[in-house]
Design a binder for this molecule. Structure first.
Ligand code: SF4
Length: 241
């Protein structure tokens, strides 16, 4: 599959060239196993490829460790994570052949509280996410030409058109979505077969895990992401837009 695609100039920052590359690669890799998608990305971008993980589980990190050993895993430590999420990150770093890179916001939670008042997440979650997620991710991804995420089409209505290879137009980078075509059954089967590291909160009903103040367990019959920002209309923090 990799041979079907021309190796691009990895320094390219022209949006139309990125779109052309993504369109060609996406067509060639549609339906391919995630390891094959990640191998293409590793062959194409080398150490200018990373992945991001929220540490809900280590499905993508496990696949990436097989396809691109030693790959950087960028983790956003927002300062609001559950202890279980940080423990999951530490297990991933210790047990998988990956390099975890932790990125933090410019302000600590205490500094943010002083400047913007207590509990900004409850009053203006978009500003809180902008400072604690979007800006740190911009900074964390700056050294890379491509990044892989665990987005899947079946996660939510908003993600139903997720391409296998897309363009991050905010940052002018290739965005690789190796799990785009996988269903929840595919994920569950892989977790069971490979004994994949999973955040212990999943067993307590947290099927999508973000910051503690903005995440609740999901009730029976609800969308997997229904527990995120459930007190508002917000469905995405902005890092995938
Ligand atoms: Fe702030 Fe909540 Fe966004 Fe985390 S998810 S950055 S706590 S608004």
């Amino acid at each position: 599959m990799t041979d079907m695609l021309a190796r691009p100039d990895v320094e390219v920052r022209d949006l139309s060239a990125l779109r052309a590359l993504a369109e060609e690669a996406s067509a060639a890799l549609e339906g391919a196993h995630p390891v094959e998608v990640l191998r293409w990305a590793g062959d194409t971008f080398g150490d200018r490829l990373c992945l991001t993980s929220s540490m809900g589980d280590a499905v993508l990190a496990t696949l990436a460790a097989e396809a691109v050993p030693g790959i950087d895993v960028v983790f956003l430590d927002t300062g609001y994570h559950f202890a279980e999420t940080l423990q999951t990150r530490d297990r991933v770093a210790a047990e998988l052949d990956v390099t975890v890179v932790t990125v933090k916001p410019e302000l600590t939670v205490a500094q943010q509280n002083i400047q913007y008042g207590q509990s900004l997440y409850a009053r203006d979650s978009d500003s809180c996410c902008a400072m604690r997620k979007v800006e740190p991710l911009d900074r964390g991804l700056a050294p890379y030409d491509a990044w892989a995420s665990g987005l899947r089409r079946d996660e939510s209505f908003a993600r139903r058109h997720t391409p296998v290879i897309g363009v991050d137009t905010r940052r002018n980078k290739i965005k690789v979505n190796p799990l785009a075509c996988w269903t929840q059954d595919d994920v569950d089967r892989f977790v069971a077969e490979r004994n994949v590291i999973v955040n212990p909160l999943v067993d307590r009903g947290f099927l999508s895990i973000g910051c503690a103040p903005c995440t609740r367990p999901v009730q029976l019959g609800e969308d997997r992401r229904a527990g995120r920002w459930s007190e508002s209309e917000k469905t995405e923090c902005g890092i995938h837009l």
